[in-house]
Design a protein around this ligand. Structure first.
Ligand SMILES: [Zn+2]
Length: 157
């Protein structure tokens, strides 16, 4: 099922908010890529969001479903290239906002505190202010790098 877009949806609100533009990486007719807003748990923590207001993959239309894998691969590769991480986690709950936003998380083997589900504890510690957020300059650098890596045009090619 789909839910009404609008001010009640945080993802729709962020996509329309000019104040969030410095964290937007790329946008095409179907997808929006953006960096996590401050406080960001890690530099390079990126989202692949459906442009349309859909709760999750079950609600994608055929064209979105066809392009989803390619867009996911492309943005995940960009996160890996830009951050130099060992792997990229892909997590989608659709709980905080009923609007598909896949968390693409750069995972470094050298940081055991972010392994698998521990990354959720890390996330919440940053959210509560118990752990410092990623450095603002590092986040800005990641945004620039991701923009360069992805360029313009369709994200699902
Ligand atoms: Zn929405």
């Amino acid at each position: 099922m789909t839910h009404a877009p609008g001010p009640s949806c945080d993802i729709c609100r962020i996509h329309a908010d000019a104040a969030c533009a410095p964290f937007e990486v790329a946008r095409d007719g179907r997808w929006v890529v953006r960096h996590h807003l401050p406080p960001s748990p890690l530099a390079g923590w990126t989202f692949l969001c459906a442009q349309r207001h859909v709760q999750g993959p079950a609600d994608l239309d055929d064209a979105e479903a066809d392009g989803f894998g390619r867009a996911l691969r492309r943005v995940s590769r960009a996160v890996r290239e830009v951050t130099g991480c060992d792997r990229v986690y892909a997590i989608a709950f659709g709980q905080g906002a009923p609007h598909l936003h896949v968390h693409l998380v750069p995972r470094f083997d050298a940081e055991p505190g972010t392994a698998a589900w521990k990354v959720a504890d890390w996330y919440r510690a940053v959210e509560r202010g118990e752990r410092p957020a990623a450095d603002a300059a590092a986040v800005a650098g990641a945004v620039r790098g991701l923009r360069d890596a992805l360029g313009g045009g369709p994200l699902d090619r």
